[in-house]
Design a protein around this ligand. Structure first.
Ligand code: LHQ
Length: 268
């Protein structure tokens, strides 16, 4: 695991890699370097077969406060009009991150403590499972500063919580608490802060001992399903099930069932 990043920490324990966005003095707001390091960290976690589950979280009291607005305003003013100064050029770097997450053939948990605002909120949406502490605050903050939701949030948010609530969160840009986020399906679970780390660790460990290749195929099936009609979905399902059938974890799962013992999955 890389240990030489300035703003991203990577810690591996057995099959779980925890990736920590680490600029706590600005609530882990993204500067260019943290974004680059997050990309590299996710690429490495994706490549490394010993990693079977990724946890993405923030250092200190927040998950993340979105784009760092202090080093964001000036280049926009000085380079306005030029291609390089367009925000879409910068956004492409975030798009790389959300693509990496969606296509990573292993589960990613967002562990959200404190605030998740702007693009940090939408990066949490791009994780496969979200666990919130009861001090979590979700803010689609974009309209507060006259922007539109980015980082794929305009796609994922209405699909997770429905169009009405997505419009509400995006237009009003009000805070949604962890408890409310659980109620509306924005997060899978919300737990008291005191139980947060243990809950995330137990979930990550469970996933890291699961049938990793099956998990990767499940991600492909469910994410692609959002853009497919029923016939296309059934065709994809057949292809993916053919692949799943070839895994040794599938054999192990069936054998374990027949032998009435717990399965020992290797991720192969
Ligand atoms: C910050 C930030 C921050 C710098 C807190 N930057 N310092 C746009 C364009 C292009 C590409 C990518 O994506 C985007 C989309 C975006 O992400 S747009 C949304 C950007 N984020 C925001 O608008 C949120 C700005 N932050 C806030 O509204 C508040 O800080 C929240 C509600 C997140 C937290 O409030 P508090 O818990 O009261 O904390 P705080 O405001 O006191 O913040 C603590 C420190 O962190 C403070 O610094 P200081 O020196 O006063 O202690 C803040 O200035 C700093 N900070 N967010 N985005």
């Amino acid at each position: 695991m890389r240990t030489d990043f300035q703003y991203v920490l990577m810690q591996q324990e057995e099959g779980v890699v925890t990736v920590v966005m680490n600029r706590p003095e600005v609530l882990n707001a993204f500067n260019d370097q943290m974004l680059e390091e997050l990309t590299l960290a996710l690429e490495e976690a994706g490549r490394d077969d010993s990693v079977r589950c990724v946890v993405l979280t923030g250092a200190g009291r927040a998950f993340g406060a979105g784009q760092d607005l202090t080093n964001f305003v000036e280049p926009q003013q000085t380079q306005a009009g030029s291609e390089a100064g367009k925000v879409s050029v910068h956004l492409a770097k975030y798009h790389r991150v959300v693509h990496l997450m969606r296509n990573m053939p292993k589960p990613i948990i967002a562990a959200i403590r404190g605030v998740a605002a702007g693009i940090s909120c939408n990066i949490a949406l791009a994780c496969d499972i979200r666990v919130a502490a009861d001090n979590a605050r979700f803010i689609e903050a974009f309209a507060r500063i006259g922007l539109v939701p980015d980082g794929g949030g305009g796609y994922l948010l209405p699909r997770l919580i429905g169009l009405g609530r997505a419009l509400d969160m995006s237009l009003l840009a009000d805070e949604v608490s962890g408890v409310e986020a659980e109620r509306i399906g924005l997060v899978t679970t919300c737990v008291p802060l005191a139980e947060f780390e243990a809950t995330v660790a137990a979930l990550a460990k469970r996933l890291a001992h699961g049938p990793t290749r099956s998990y990767g195929l499940i991600k492909a099936l469910l994410y692609q399903s959002m853009d497919l009609n029923f016939q296309e979905l059934l065709a994809l399902e057949g292809q993916l099930q053919d692949s799943a059938r070839e895994t040794s974890d599938h054999q192990e799962g069936v054998n374990a069932f027949l032998q009435k013992r717990p399965a020992r999955y290797t991720g192969k």
